[in-house]
Design a protein around this ligand. Structure first.
Ligand code: PMP
Length: 421
């Protein structure tokens, strides 16, 4: 078995940049990406036999840790009956019923295979339903890599400092207005000056690092959208099933028109969804005229893993424990940084958190980008050497799952307390 260095050298010959998604390449922190061979609960094992406490957890997709038995068993059992049919299955009905029961805004839901596809399709539906072309997004929020949604996005674009990307047409860019997050006046001005199909937002952005909404901000977006006949879309790809069973809309009690879901709901498999008000969702083909489709949509293996995940949520109701664990981790990190004289702001919502090396508050993308990202790179490598794997960018979130316990917390805090700058 080759180690990570060898594999990365080989990968770069046949895969652009050696990776299948840019942030994996360690571009922001330097060094060689670790190639995974195994995950086990809170731990990740690499191709050189190193074991890490994993705070990336497949970018938030794993609420119950790596290789959770019930999820793996459900997927294996489904795969044994067939990996793809291209005809409907009972599992899809069960998963749709479960999502409708859990997520307040969702009367109907369509399954797709990635968050990108879900967000892109929700935008098309909003345009089809309203007859308007323009959309509003918030700076630093990431909604996947479809053309309309790449303007001043977070995640990999923020990590690599890419304000816009070649290949997005001038028309797509022209139809996307961008406002700073946590600034209602900026949104009001855009909505007053332009007819807009929808405003899309991560209710708790996590792709510029975690940036919680100011009190009243989400309510303000709801009111402004209503006043200007724009649809409100919550992208809950990260927050969905993570910060409450019904996501941020349940936690903050603000109900969007459409919701985009992914990550946790697939239990680590390619499964995502968009859903919302019945009158809007019924505009989708074949019920209505707005076209959207997918060969692998509702894939039986992914659906079985998703159902097993939502079953575990029902059975274990993990949110209070996750909140407590994350709170302890946050407090311990704050103490470690303070003891070592390091300026840091920790933003947290439930089991999602981010460390920004700067004084607070961090309320928007500009604040996040003014953090000391070189210090983050040093911190990342310090932790990596001590057996803790963080997402390799200061613009990404750390996520905790139920597999993260006292031992793992002590390992992370011990390593953080030895970081001196
Ligand atoms: N929306 C949000 C909020 C995301 O965080 C992501 C991915 N990190 C996406 C959409 C895109 O999802 P995917 O990578 O599955 O296409």
């Amino acid at each position: 078995m080759s180690g990570s260095d060898d594999l990365f050298e080989r990968a770069k010959r046949t895969i652009p940049g050696g990776v299948n998604s840019p942030v994996r390449a360690f571009g922001a922190v330097g060094g060689t990406p670790r190639f995974a061979v195994k995950g086990d609960g809170a731990y990740l094992e690499d191709a050189d036999g190193n074991r890490y406490v994993d705070l990336c957890q497949s970018w938030g997709a794993l609420l119950f840790g790596h290789g959770r038995k019930e999820i793996v068993d459900a997927a294996a059992e489904a795969a044994g009956r067939g990996t793809s049919f291209g005809v409907p299955t009972e599992g899809e009905v069960l998963l749709a019923e479960r999502i409708v029961a859990m997520v307040p805004s969702v009367d109907q839901v369509r399954l797709v295979s990635s968050g990108t596809e879900a967000a892109m399709s929700a935008i098309r539906l909003a345009r089809g339903a309203t007859g308007e072309d323009a959309i509003v997004k918030l700076e630093g929020c990431y909604h996947g890599h479809s053309d309309a949604l790449l303007a001043r996005a977070g995640s990999g674009l923020a990590t690599f400092g890419i304000p816009r990307t070649p290949g997005v047409t001038a028309g797509a860019a022209r139809d996307t207005f961008v406002a700073p997050f946590n600034d209602l006046d900026a949104v009001a001005s855009l909505l007053e000056a332009n007819a807009v199909a929808a405003l899309i937002v991560e209710p708790v952005p996590a792709n510029m690092g975690v940036v919680p909404p100011d009190p009243g901000y989400l309510e303000g977006l709801r009111r402004l959208c209503d006043e200007h006949d724009a649809l409100l879309i919550f992208d809950e790809v990260i927050t969905g099933f993570r910060i409450a069973p019904g996501g941020a809309q349940e936690r903050f009690d603000v109900i969007p028109d459409l919701t985009v879901l992914g990550k946790v709901m697939g239990g680590g498999f390619p499964c995502a969804a968009f859903g919302g008000r019945r009158d809007l969702m019924e505009q989708l083909a074949p019920a209505g005229p707005v076209y959207q489709a997918g060969t692998l949509s509702g894939n039986p293996v992914a659906v079985a893993a998703g159902l097993a995940t939502l079953d575990l949520i029902d059975r274990e109701d993990p949110y209070a424990t996750l909140e407590e664990t994350a709170e302890d981790l946050e407090a311990g990190l704050a103490l470690a940084f303070e003891t070592n004289g390091i300026d840091a702001t920790i933003n947290r919502a439930g089991s999602m958190l981010s460390v920004f090396f700067r004084e607070g508050p961090v309320r928007n993308f500009r604040d996040a980008s003014e953090a000391d990202h070189e210090r983050f790179a040093r911190f990342f490598h310090h932790l990596l050497n001590e057996g803790v794997y963080l997402p390799p960018s200061g613009y990404e979130l750390w996520t905790l799952g139920t597999a993260f316990g006292d031992t793992e917390r002590e390992a992370v805090l011990g390593a953080a307390s030895r970081f001196t700058g």
